[in-house]
Design a protein. Structure first.
Length: 419
């Protein structure tokens, strides 16, 4: 270990991703963090992590002391990752099996005052207590600090078995997302035996801890494989998510619907914040004027239906990340979202192009959802407005504006209304 690493300050003082994650996971001031040095006097070391690949470019905190756990934290669900990431993780997993990770990277030591209760000070131990398990080992990804991102922990038993996936809601925006996913998973646990409905991980625990809201979700099946990003949308699964085993709901006009009432209320709240909100109020009014009399089926949606949130296991579709799920939206929103996100995220296209991709996908598959031309237009216009309001909700909760969507998405919506 070099002298510069040994002399490193507490990583919680850093302004980068390592500092952000360290503050979220080891927030109690009684917990001492040292890099390359011994714990302070009166403290005992309780955990050690490899900081990979370096302090300045940290991407992982890998638990040390149990080689099977270190390897599992790198290799579990590796088939879901892009090829380059998969190759790096596989190589590191091989090193971990022979104990080389500890020698190759800086070591972060976690220590607590002698005699202090671990479940009071350390998140991994608190989660182990909530799950009724023996001590669990936690691996943590490190990302650049972002008010819309949530630190996440992969939890493993001592023999390397995945035990859960914990999301940490640390500010108002991310706490709302964690709470929404917990509520969705509690409801989805009651949806059983529905043909074509995707398998959904169970909610294992939800707790408030040190001002943070934390949800622990069941591990994905070990043999789950990702859905290729080139795959067409799965219409039967979208219908199953929307209806949850119930018959098709009667068509209702947009006017007077809970969906339109919610959009109106959210736009009114956004208007208090500034001129962008006033534009949203006008856009909701125009949506009601153009489509208020159009009848459409309303139902649930996943809220972030994209290939990278889907997998296959034993012939069944698996879906995760339900933090934007909700009821009472026009049938077809997930289909629209799939097209929009493929354009914006995968192809880095501007939102005007993404909006045209929404129209094209609805025209191609909409009839299989029972959507005629007028309904497809309603779904597209309503979805784009929903996405801008989601962007505003996150910004209003402290996450900041998504520059890819604001103000460009409002411009697109207004141009569509004037056409």
């Amino acid at each position: 270990m070099t002298a510069s690493v040994a002399a490193s300050a507490d990583p919680r003082t850093r302004g980068d991703g390592l500092g952000w994650v360290s503050r979220a996971v080891f927030g109690d001031e009684r917990v001492a963090l040292t890099v390359g040095g011994a714990p302070p006097a009166g403290h005992r070391a309780v955990a050690r992590y490899a900081v990979v690949p370096s302090l300045s470019r940290a991407r992982f905190l890998l638990p040390l002391g149990a080689p099977r756990v270190t390897a599992a934290s790198l290799l579990a669900y590796n088939a879901l990752r892009p090829p380059k990431v998969r190759a790096v993780r596989a190589a590191l997993g091989g090193l971990s099996r022979v104990g080389a990770v500890q020698r190759a990277f800086p070591t972060l030591t976690v220590a607590v005052p002698a005699g202090a209760p671990l479940a009071e000070l350390l998140l991994a131990d608190r989660l182990a207590a909530a799950l009724g398990d023996a001590p669990l080992h936690a691996a943590c990804g490190v990302r650049p600090p972002d008010p819309n991102h949530k630190p996440t922990l992969q939890l493993f038993t001592a023999d390397g078995r995945p035990r859960g996936y914990a999301k940490i809601g640390w500010n108002r925006a991310t706490r709302a997302l964690v709470a929404a996913e917990s509520a969705a998973l509690r409801t989805l646990a009651e949806v059983t035996g529905v043909p074509d409905h995707p398998v959904t991980p169970r909610l294992l625990a939800e707790l408030d801890w040190a001002g943070q809201l934390i949800a622990v979700v069941e591990p994905l099946p070990s043999r789950v494989r990702g859905v290729p990003v080139t795959d067409p949308p799965r219409i039967a699964a979208l219908l199953a998510v929307a209806r949850r085993g119930r018959p098709a709901a009667p068509l209702r006009p947009l006017a007077g619907s809970p969906f339109l009432a919610r959009l109106t209320a959210e736009a009114d709240r956004s208007a208090v914040a500034g001129p962008a909100g006033a534009r949203a109020v006008a856009a909701v009014g125009e949506l009601a004027r153009r489509h208020g009399g159009t009848p459409v089926e309303f139902g649930h949606w996943h809220g972030d239906w994209v290939p990278w949130n889907l997998g296959r296991h034993d012939g069944r579709l698996v879906a995760w990340d339900w933090e934007h799920s909700g009821p009472d939206v026009p049938l077809g929103f997930d289909l629209a979202h799939d097209a929009f996100q493929r354009a914006v995220v995968l192809r880095a296209e501007p939102v005007a192009t993404a909006a045209r991709a929404v129209d094209a996908q609805l025209d191609r598959y909409g009839e299989r959802l029972g959507l005629g031309p007028a309904q497809r237009r309603l779904v597209a216009d309503g979805y784009l407005l929903e996405m801008w309001l989601r962007t505003w909700r996150l910004a209003d909760a402290g996450a900041g504006w998504n520059s890819a969507l604001h103000p460009a998405l409002l411009d697109v919506i207004e141009k569509r209304h004037s056409g």
